[in-house]
Design a protein around this ligand. Structure first.
Ligand SMILES: C[S@@+](CC[C@H](N)C(=O)[O-])C[C@H]1O[C@@H](n2cnc3c(N)ncnc32)[C@H](O)[C@@H]1O
Length: 213
């Protein structure tokens, strides 16, 4: 990527990565022993291994039959695909702005024989349209900056049904306390159902206008 003749570092949240392909593969063992396989590549987040924050998230979230789940910033798909496999009667919408990540997520859905999920490519809340969810899960793009993260929290709140939950994982040292305070401000509540390895999973529940009154 060039700007004014200057070479800029390419981030994992670039829409069209130009870095040379470097295909890889990572695995995730499900609680029942099934092993999920994920194709990865250069230019996407955590291509060498499933991120520790992602693993903490997967310990905290258990979808229920009928849940409509949004995986916000799905990367090559570890969160959305594992959740869809855990509960085949839930439906998972996976969204990423990075086209290479979207292609991998689609391929990984097929490789793992997951049919109760879709991948949408583009800026998260532009592409989800009028879909509504009762769970939003995100390992957010910290490097994109605080304003992007805050817009994601607000966007999640706006698209959650009453009683729906947002789960966000963040490194303790990368602003977990202030992100929890921000979520508390938007939703009126926040707790930490999981923490480990220097990460915290923060959860907020959308309260109905009736319950607020
Ligand atoms: C920290 S990575 C997490 C990837 C994956 N969920 C995982 O756990 O490995 C955050 C992801 O958010 C994506 N992202 C950044 N800004 C976005 C936006 N505005 N809309 C959708 N996805 C976005 C990035 O491309 C990146 O793949």
């Amino acid at each position: 990527m060039h700007e004014g003749g200057k070479q800029l570092a390419e981030h994992y949240y670039t829409a069209r990565p130009t870095s040379e392909h470097a295909p890889g593969q990572v695995r995730y063992a499900m609680p029942d022993g099934t092993v999920m396989v994920f194709a990865t590549d250069a230019g996407v987040f955590s291509k060498e291994r499933i991120d520790r924050g992602t693993r903490e998230m997967l310990k905290a979230v258990v979808p229920k039959p009928g849940d409509r789940v949004l995986d916000l910033g799905c990367g090559y798909g570890p969160i959305g695909i594992v959740l869809a496999a855990l509960e085949p009667r839930a439906f998972v919408t996976m969204v990423d702005i990075n086209e290479r990540a979207c292609e991998l997520a689609r391929r990984n859905l097929a490789t793992n024989s997951i049919s109760n999920a879709e991948v949408l490519c583009g800026d998260a809340f532009e592409v989800v349209g009028d879909r509504r969810f009762n769970m939003v899960v995100t390992n957010p793009p910290i490097r994109a900056g605080r304003r992007v993260l805050e817009a994601m929290v607000q966007g999640a709140h706006d698209r959650l049904a009453d009683g729906g939950q947002l789960f966000l994982v963040i490194r303790t040292s990368q602003g977990a306390a202030s992100m929890k305070a921000y979520m508390e401000g938007v939703f009126g509540n926040a707790d930490e159902p999981e923490k480990g390895g220097g990460y915290r999973v923060i959860r907020s529940v959308r309260i109905s206008a009736h319950d607020k009154a």
